[in-house]
Design a protein around this ligand. Structure first.
Ligand code: ZN
Length: 485
């Protein structure tokens, strides 16, 4: 399937609703454990299964986490807000309503600047972030061709992040979703695991003729469960709508289901409007009033966020965009990089290459954080600095790195014990070069006749003669000096 709009006369307009489960210890309105993957219906109580007379109490952490996300997305935080009932019937919802927020969300009027693949930055408006509770989960059982329900997820806290319809392509949607996901991880407020359903996404798509001001009629696709599925769903849906319009048809506002296996969207029902949910203030819960100094305190606690960090790496440290993205994607890698930069003394690009190369390989191979080994930023900087100064070769640096993983010896001690110091004494190297050149007249002539790889051979001979300890840059320099005399 084509990965973009088939008809250039049209523009895609996308708005996204991201639901993120918060990783609080307990659920939103009761003291049941908020944990994924436990035995079915083992984390339930009269409150989250809506037994008559059970009363909810709001978990303060839910408000705290949502406000943090609000700050991260540059929102206005409403310090006085409330919760509302959203009424609908579904077998996974024992109350027959969901506690959500209707007219006064906790956070609103924000934005997020996302970095696109081509290096351009795009500002996407954030309409609102509100708190709500998750529903249970239906389990469809083939054995008796019926459905069972697991209420462990009932009342797990969620934030819903609603974007403005500012997204213009599936690529922009992906950049936005990836940035939201990494911010959730940096704030440590959600596991942000799509495969466990802790982030889910509803996609609103419409199309309009270019230069047309009004938006077209939108269709919503529910619970798209991966970012690549969201991209495919957007492209498919946009092309479907264009085809309908081009054939003289009309787009109906409706909710569609994205079938990622078949790569198509299927109409489910005509889209509900807010009035269909008969929202009204939740009578069992009081007004939420958040102290303004507490809101400020939460703002002060926000760490440097991944998209801001990535821009800093690119603009201030000259790291290529792809590398910067790989560094910030992993909290340990970016922490190690920042620590190395704070120590200073070696090039940012070299540190980045080491972290994305050898350090990442070790983390993958051992399946643990680099902080669970004996490697420290100080030791890594020391190795890189020795290589940059020509005191040890790159391969000797790798030997030292291997050694410090499991040993607490100092870098200098390992270099000494293993005899890894390079010969950078030009007098010693000069003698080696002279010996090599006197034995390799043919290679000298080859080089003079334009065979440039003969130079590499000669440097290689010097390395061999010095048992790998000659500084290759110095050897090369001296070889050229003699050949060109
Ligand atoms: Zn409960």
């Amino acid at each position: 399937m084509s990965s973009k709009v088939s008809n250039n006369d049209y523009e895609i307009v996308v708005g996204l609703e991201v639901h993120a489960e918060l990783n609080t210890v307990t659920k939103a309105y009761c003291s049941c454990k908020n944990s994924f993957g436990l035995e079915v219906n083992s984390q339930i109580c009269p409150i989250c299964t809506a037994l008559p007379g059970a009363l909810p109490t709001l978990n303060e952490k839910v408000v705290e986490y949502a406000i943090k996300m609000g700050h991260a997305l540059n929102c206005k935080i409403n310090n006085v807000t409330k919760q509302d009932r959203k009424n609908y019937f579904y077998p996974d919802l024992p109350k027959a309503y969901q506690i959500s927020q209707f007219d006064i969300p906790l956070c609103e009027h924000g934005y997020l600047d996302v970095l696109l693949d081509d290096g351009e930055e795009k500002r996407i408006g954030v309409t609102r972030i509100h708190i709500e509770e998750d529903a249970g989960k239906l389990l469809h059982d083939e054995a008796f061709s019926g459905s069972l329900v697991d209420f462990n997820r009932s009342s797990v806290p969620l934030i819903e992040i609603v974007s403005e319809p500012d997204i213009r392509s599936s690529k922009e949607a992906k950049a936005y979703l990836e940035t939201i996901k990494s911010i959730l991880k940096y704030l440590n407020i959600s596991d942000a695991k799509m495969q466990e359903g802790s982030i889910r996404c509803d996609v609103n798509v419409s199309v309009r003729k270019k230069r047309q001001k009004e938006f077209g009629t939108r269709c919503e696709m529910k619970n798209v469960n991966s970012f690549s599925a969201a991209m495919r769903a957007i492209d498919y849906e946009a092309n479907r709508q264009i085809e309908v319009i081009e054939n003289g048809g009309v787009i109906n506002q409706e909710t569609r289901r994205w079938d990622d296996v078949k790569g198509i969207s299927i109409a489910m029902r005509s889209k509900e409007d807010a009035q269909d949910y008969r929202y009204f203030p939740e009578p069992d819960l009081g007004t939420i009033v958040v102290d303004k100094t507490f809101i400020q305190k939460l703002k002060d606690e926000i760490p440097e966020l991944p998209h801001i960090k990535q821009k800093r790496y690119i603009k201030e440290l000259g790291i290529p965009q792809v590398d910067a993205a790989l560094l910030v994607e992993n909290l340990d890698k970016s922490r190690l990089f920042d620590e190395c930069m704070d120590i200073g003394g070696c090039s940012a690009k070299n540190v980045s290459n080491w972290i994305l190369g050898d350090v990442s390989k070790v983390m993958n191979d051992l399946n643990k954080s680099i902080y669970d080994t004996n490697v420290t930023a100080e030791k890594l900087v020391e190795i890189i600095t020795l290589i940059e100064k020509g005191e040890i070769s790159t391969s000797a640096g790798k030997t030292v790195f291997e050694e410090i993983l499991s040993s607490d010896k100092a870098v200098s001690q390992i270099v000494d014990e293993k005899g890894l110091k390079q010969i950078s004494d030009s007098g010693v190297i000069e003698q080696i070069v002279k010996d090599v050149l006197s034995e390799n007249e043919k290679s000298i002539n080859d080089y003079k006749n334009g065979k440039t790889n003969a130079l590499g051979f000669l440097v290689g001979q010097c390395m061999k003669r010095s048992k790998g300890k000659a500084n290759p840059a110095l050897a090369k320099e001296l070889i050229l000096k003699y050949i060109e005399q």
